[in-house]
Design a protein. Structure first.
Length: 203
């Protein structure tokens, strides 16, 4: 399969939201991506990672010193604020509802995972359509492939981590088998791409 490569420049249009999903091996990629988000970036960022269900998440504490944007764990019914990074809490699906507002769900796991990347990506695709950027990172199951396809079908832009750069290639490979994303890139090139994005409108 011929893989898409990075475009010469980031798109001229701003995104209103960015969704990121990952599992095993994705923390390393996030350590590259989150510091690349500039303080001027106005897109809201929603992140679903497969985490242990029985322990509190420390992701905000870990990444806040490296990130120019405010980070927080998502709360149910919370209005979405532009230029804010939201992490799905352990053992809850994170969705974007009309408003836009955040919603948390304890519906059944998807691909044995809660939070599910598919659930987040599909709800964000419904809310933002072509104003959405979706990034799928390293992972050891097929969660996220259907979500990337939903974002693409809604007119959004899709990036999948190059499986050769992923510690666990199952997740990006599953996405590549299902659809043809706009870009397939290693983490540093994804970071360079999102750092060049124009300032988005307020969500």
């Amino acid at each position: 399969m011929t893989r898409p490569t990075m475009a010469p420049a980031a798109p001229a249009k701003p995104f209103e939201a960015i969704v990121v999903g990952g599992s095993a091996g994705s923390i390393e990629a996030l350590a590259v991506l989150l510091p690349a988000l500039p303080a001027r970036q106005r897109a809201a960022v929603f992140i679903a990672l497969h985490l242990p269900r029985d322990r509190p998440s420390l992701l905000c504490d870990i990444f806040q010193p490296r990130c120019a944007l405010p980070l927080r764990e998502a709360q149910d019914k919370e209005p979405v604020e532009a230029g804010t990074v939201y992490f799905a809490p352990p053992d809850y699906h994170l969705l974007v509802d009309a408003g836009p507002r955040l919603a948390l769900s304890v519906d059944d796991p998807v691909h044995f995972s809660r939070p599910s990347i598919d659930v987040l990506f599909e709800s964000a695709a419904d809310a933002y359509a072509g104003r959405l950027l979706a990034i799928l990172l390293s992972g050891a199951n097929h969660d996220g492939a259907q979500g990337i396809a939903a974002v693409q079908a809604a007119g959004g832009t899709t990036i999948v981590q190059d499986p050769e750069s992923a510690p666990m290639s199952t997740m990006p490979e599953a996405a590549l088998q299902l659809c043809r994303p706009d870009h397939v890139l290693p983490p540093q090139r994804i970071a360079d791409w999102i750092a060049a994005l124009p300032q988005g409108a307020r969500a």
